[in-house]
Design a protein around this ligand. Structure first.
Ligand SMILES: [Zn+2]
Length: 165
């Protein structure tokens, strides 16, 4: 609130805030992560910087306090949302990964898609082998192969290596 406290004290803002919370009672960022959390903060999607027009007519979103204080501020500090989606790609179009030359980004996406397909096929094959042969050392996929996390970072390393980046 800080320096724009006067705007937040207006009846117009209080009405806007109430309407936003009654229409959207859950934190929008938590919803994106598949969580349902009660929102306590009505946030301006774009910074208003004390501009009355932006303050009263700008798009609003309902957020929980951790998301308002955390993610939102990281977006404002870095200029992008650092979170990564379920597919392993940064969700924000402004993320440096997505902001690279579009042909290069398309290239990277294609690379990851192929990698993910290969990785899945390998896991399926390993799983099939494991049921035929006695499950022993070597036939078990490592913990790293099971999750998307480890595989993704290896893919990223491999991608940068292939690209000479
Ligand atoms: Zn939240």
């Amino acid at each position: 609130m800080g320096q724009h406290g006067k705007l937040y004290k207006t009846h117009t803002w209080k009405a806007l805030r109430n309407r936003q919370l009654s229409h959207n009672p859950l934190c929008a960022f938590c919803l994106e992560e598949g969580l349902t959390t009660a929102a306590t903060i009505v946030d301006h999607v774009e910074r208003h910087n004390g501009d009355r027009e932006a303050f009263f007519n700008g798009d609003l979103q309902s957020l929980c306090k951790p998301h308002h204080d955390g993610t939102k501020q990281r977006i404002e500090i870095h200029g992008y949302d650092p979170r990564v989606g379920d597919d392993g790609f940064p969700m924000d179009a402004s993320h440096p990964f997505n902001a690279k030359a579009s042909s290069e980004a398309a290239d990277a996406r294609e690379f990851f898609r192929e990698y993910a397909i290969r990785n899945t096929q390998t896991r399926v094959r390993i799983a099939a082998d494991a049921t035929v042969t006695a499950p022993g050392v070597g036939s078990k996929p490592s913990a790293d192969d099971q999750g998307t996390g480890g595989g993704h970072s290896r893919a990223l390393t491999h991608f940068y290596h292939v690209k000479g980046l």
